[in-house]
Design a protein. Sequence first.
Length: 329
Amino acid sequence: MSKTMAIQIDAQGGPEEMKWREVEVGEPGAGEVRIHHHAVGLNYIDVYHRTGLYPLSMPSGIGMEGAGVVEAVGAGVTHLKVGDRVAYAANPPGSYAVDRVMPAMNVCQLPDAIDFETGAAMMLKGLTAQYLLKKTLPVEGLEAGDFVLFHAAAGGVGLIACQWAKALGLQLIGTAGSDDKCALAKAHGAAHVINYNSQDFVQEVKAITGGKGVKVVYDSVGKDTFEGSLSCLRPFGLMASFGNASGPVAPVAPGMLGPKGSLYLTRQTLFTHISSREATQAMANDLFAVVQSGEVVIEINQRYALADAAQAHRDLEARKTTGCTIFSV
């Protein structure tokens, strides 16, 4: 049993609960690998784990995304070998560490053309954008020219989605909380942008779409945007909730969906989509291809030392960040 440095939490709460300490790291068991990280990604789900919105057993590691080199391989792992460059988005939490042992199922070989920082920044957010735009589709489907509404368009997932939607020919309407963030989303491919702090996004969406509404809303904000999002949909439209940055959505009466246009409502999670090795690899291949083509550029706008993870969380919750954030290891 060797030692490494990691961020752990002993109790759920504020950023001050995150402790930088020495921990033990052992050999991988069956179906596991040991990875030495070169970079680690920051995601809003890390905040949910820290605060207890998504409960964890204590004490716990934290973080779900990283990139590095395989140092040891457990029995039964056939798709990886010692020395492979890899990246992942995966359960259980624990990527805020110099070294870790983890299940190998969601760990993918990182193409040589993609550096570790990009790999660490793009897996959870890029795979999320992939399943939203490629798999979480309205009943009538999506075609080039269709309007979609994407909240938090200047965030990590949002900036990837803006670029990918443009590559697919979609007209993405992006919302953000400031003019600067709106400009950032626009520069990354959003066809239209709305500052929801100074504009009524429902009225703006109706104006942009000629009163018709959008086929699908992709909403990671949650409580503050949920009802307005439903009002932005055209008949048979899809409300795709995939996060709770402003807090969880209140219980919904299914009957309300009928008068609004026989709407569809879904709550998506990445980990349903990557529940097998084959599905994970197929989605990762799609992501790697669009990044290597240059159609999607992964923007890393903030860098922190891993030991400073608490400050990174404070900045993320204060909405001071844009694009992707990574920790150097």
